[in-house]
Design a binder for this molecule. Structure first.
Ligand SMILES: [Mn+2]
Length: 274
């Protein structure tokens, strides 16, 4: 890694980390999949334990909750195991970072103040040991998805958020789960690789690779663990999900690894980039 041209780039890092970083995303806690939400939450807690033994910085790359909303004096019920573990890790000195996704963008300050997570609302560039990493949840990036991009603007509007908080939670949650189910159904079959042209995050990363050569573009959101080599020595990597794949990414010593940890088995590495 001596000829580290990434170091001479005029990039300003949002963050510089000198030790390994582990990343996970898309647990969508609150909905039952093949495994119920509680089983997935317990496995996520096991993962946090394992991760914190190897990495001092952990990243939750969005959509950890299927729906999250905070009122001034109340939060959604559930997730006590996850919250207990996150608090414990924080108290031990592990840094936990959260990039809210499209399902949990309505986090205001509870997760930060109570659990001590650092919240990042936009994609960032981090230098992790020898590797430059462009990371974010991945929603609304790249071509297409215009209706979502519009809705995101509405959802991010403080007036809209204030109004939504006026509803009774029974109603807010009912509406959110209806919309969430509808978006799952209308999405079509996304379980296979759609081809480079239709994979918006690949398109996004490819177009950015000019300005961020040799970077690792790391996103969640797609629910499909994958790697794609990009021009300019860059790479695209997707964390996959904690719904079906139980996949995650480890970044250390100038490379990234995609790992899987089935609930009933051992963790194993699938690939290694660059
Ligand atoms: Mn998402």
């Amino acid at each position: 890694m001596e000829n580290n041209s990434i170091k001479s780039l005029p990039t300003t890092w949002n963050k510089q980390v000198d030790h390994p970083v582990w990343v996970v995303s898309d647990a969508h806690l609150g909905v039952d999949a093949k495994l119920c939400s509680l089983e997935r939450e317990k496995h996520l807690v096991r993962w946090l334990d394992l991760a914190s033994q190897h990495a001092q910085t952990l990243v939750l790359l969005g959509d950890i909750f299927d729906f999250w909303f905070e009122w001034k004096h109340a939060i959604p019920k559930g997730y006590s195991r996850l919250f207990g573990k996150l608090t414990e890790l924080k108290d031990k000195g592990v840094d936990v970072h959260f990039f809210p996704g499209n399902h949990d963008m309505w986090t205001f300050d509870y997760l930060e103040k109570e659990l001590g997570m650092e919240i990042h609302r936009k994609p960032e560039v981090w230098q992790i040991q020898e590797l430059a990493v462009y990371l974010g949840h991945g929603d609304g990036l790249g071509p297409g998805d215009y209706s979502y991009k519009l809705i995101k603007k509405v959802f991010a509007n403080p007036v809209f958020q204030w109004l939504y908080a006026r509803f009774h939670p029974n109603f807010s949650f009912g509406l959110a789960s209806m919309l969430s189910q509808r978006s799952r159904k209308s999405g079509g079959d996304q379980s296979q690789f759609l081809g480079e042209e239709k994979e918006w995050l690949i398109q996004f990363s490819k177009s950015k690779s000019k300005y961020f050569p040799k970077h690792l573009f790391l996103f969640g959101h797609r629910h499909l663990p994958m790697h794609h080599a990009l021009p300019n020595g860059a790479h695209y990597l997707n964390t996959g999900d904690w719904l079906h794949y139980f996949s995650y990414v480890r970044i250390e010593q100038g490379h990234a690894e995609l790992w899987f940890w089935p609930v009933d088995g051992q963790a194993y590495m699938k690939l290694h980039v660059p």
